[in-house]
Design a binder for this molecule. Structure first.
Ligand code: ATP
Ligand code: MG
Length: 175
């Protein structure tokens, strides 16, 4: 069994920019996500049996999904999950289409899928019990040209992620 999720995995320049933006949010008492761990989850799969993992890895989960741009410029938090996050100013239809496609692929592989509305975000800190303060406005332009199946591993210093496979998105990125 492996703990897996589909995600947008930033390239190095975007990762650096997201880390810088995250550093401009004062989360006060939370535990920050390490820059190497920053990502945007599309669908969390949980513990996946080996056969289903093999099927997912060999498949084309979103064959017609198109590339898109995310302008990440919002910072916020959720009291219930105690998570502070960055989020895109607008949610492109292509992002939601991709999220729907990978959820369908998970469902087809026999995995349970989340039925709550999808709220795209990059988690920047956990165990945040008070509203974070944004110290500075920011805008990170993230050209999303692929997506990934990622394994979450528990290490001594918290979760560590390994990209298991990437799939390119069709076409050129818009604006
Ligand atoms: P840790 O749980 O050790 O604090 P983590 O939450 O980063 O670290 P995972 O729990 O493996 O590691 O989660 C991997 C990704 O999937 C993260 O983006 C996490 O927010 C998301 N995720 C985890 N559980 C769920 C869930 N039940 N529903 C939706 N997304 C989830
Ligand atoms: Mg978790």
């Amino acid at each position: 069994m492996a703990r897996l999720f589909f995600a947008l995995w930033p390239d190095e320049a975007t990762r650096d920019a997201l880390a810088k933006a995250a550093a401009h949010v004062d989360v006060r008492e939370g535990r920050r996500v390490r820059p190497a761990n920053l990502h945007l989850t599309l669908a969390f799969l949980g513990n996946v049996p080996a056969a289903a993992q093999t099927a997912l890895m060999a498949g084309e989960p979103a064959p017609s999904a198109a590339a898109f741009t995310l302008d990440v410029g919002l910072a916020g938090w959720w009291r219930s999950s105690r998570v502070a996050w960055l989020a895109p100013l607008e949610e492109p239809l292509a992002l939601h289409a991709l999220q729907a496609a990978v959820s369908d692929a998970a469902d087809a592989a026999g995995l349970p899928v989340e039925c709550r509305p999808y709220r795209p975000h990059v988690t920047i800190a956990r165990h945040v019990r008070r509203a974070p303060r944004s110290l500075e406005a920011f805008e990170v332009r993230w050209q999303v040209t692929d997506f990934a199946l990622v394994e979450s591993l528990q290490g001594a210093v918290g979760a560590h992620y390994e990209v298991r496979r990437r799939w390119p998105l069709a076409g050129r990125v818009g604006n």
